[in-house]
Design a protein around this ligand. Structure first.
Ligand code: HEC
Length: 110
């Protein structure tokens, strides 16, 4: 009986330690921005284009021509898009993910 108790205590204390360690690992997890872009955006913006409104592609020059120059501008567009684009609120795409996608766009499409 004593052995069982010791074993149980050991398992319990391990799980107590394991939970915060896991949460930590998840928090520091790197966001795969390309995967997120492919998941949320690529249907309408293949290769950084725009199948619905071709004049509003994601190339650097196209963005700049429409007043979009920074990560923040792109995130703002996701939160409050123009006609024809899906709205992505913080529930659909949390801030950290939104910024990762924005950075991916700015560094990928010319
Ligand atoms: C259902 C199709 C659709 C999806 C999905 C979509 N977009 Fe769009 N996007 C559009 C359309 C249509 C516009 C042009 C809207 C307008 O006229 O303002 C646009 C415009 C934009 C612009 C402005 C481009 C410019 O040159 O002015 C950005 C930035 C953008 N989208 C980013 C994204 C991101 C990031 C995602 C994924 C999180 C995404 N879009 C998903 C359809 C979509």
């Amino acid at each position: 009986m004593k052995k069982v108790l010791v074993a149980t205590a050991a398992v319990l204390s391990m799980s107590v330690i394991a939970v915060p360690a896991f949460a930590e690992a998840k928090k520091g997890e790197k966001i795969d921005a390309k995967a997120k872009f492919d998941q949320h955006c690529v249907a309408c913006h293949p290769k950084g284009g725009n199948i619905i409104k071709p004049s509003k592609g994601l190339g650097k020059k196209e963005l700049a021509a429409n007043g979009i120059k920074t990560e923040k501008d792109i995130v703002a567009k996701m939160r409050n898009p123009g006609p024809g684009m899906t709205k992505f609120d913080a529930k659909a795409v949390p801030d950290a993910e939104a910024h990762a996608i924005a950075k991916y766009i700015l560094t990928t499409f010319k």
